[in-house]
Ligand binder design. Sequence first.
Ligand code: MLT
Length: 276
Amino acid sequence: MLPETNGAYAEVNGLRMFFEDRSSTDPTGVIVFVHGYPLNLSMWRYQLDYFSITHRCIAPDLRGFGGSKHLNQPLPADQWTMDVFADDIIALLDHLRLDKAHICGLSMGGYIAFALWRKHPQRVRRLILADTKATADSDEARANRYKQAEMVKAKGATALADVMLPKLIAPDNLDKIGNEVRYMIESTDVPTIIGTLHALAERPDSSTTLAEITVPTLIVVGEKDEITPLSDADFMRDYIDSSRGLAVIPNAGHMSPLENPDAFNEAVAKFMTHDS
Ligand code: MLT
């Protein structure tokens, strides 16, 4: 049975939130795909194709990103937090009358998954933490976020794409996906980038959260990830009692679901069929 494609909007939390909602006729559960910074739901395009054969797949554009627009003014930058992003996802699940979902977050999507677990554990069935880390920013990393915000105010999202692309994508894959990732970054507006940089800089350390995770959890990392390398993934795997292991995706950097979708999908599919 061919999966249905269904881009839709929901008015939640002061947003007109855009999301993909794709389903097989007989879904075995719901997976919510949470994108990274400064990207949008299109980074999950291979996963939406693949997993909508077996699951209902929901992929939101987070507030301000992609097709999700503020109904009024965006929140002031200093009020953007991972909890706000997590609450938006819960509001979307409520809107769709979905009680529980598997949460698959990449990088910032993983930071949001930690916030979701802390605030709404009863809504989470399983976690897939891809190319992410549990630790907070160091003082230096935090200061760099605010420098980046100043750069984006002065020069726009193109300057951000110039800086980020070589870090997001392994060198061998730049020709293949560089343009589409650049497009995602350049189509993100400046207030959204600035607010999100605040949320990233001020996010809490989630190391203690790891030991509190009780749902089956898979860690995934691109073998060439420079932003959240294998050592971050190892750290998370070791501290999660309910860990189902670590999948290292070959020939992939930080954007592992786009850089090597076959290996990414295979690892996640294996985990999804593993007994809880
Ligand atoms: C992301 O991919 O979401 C970001 O690179 C995360 C970060 O900068 O910490």
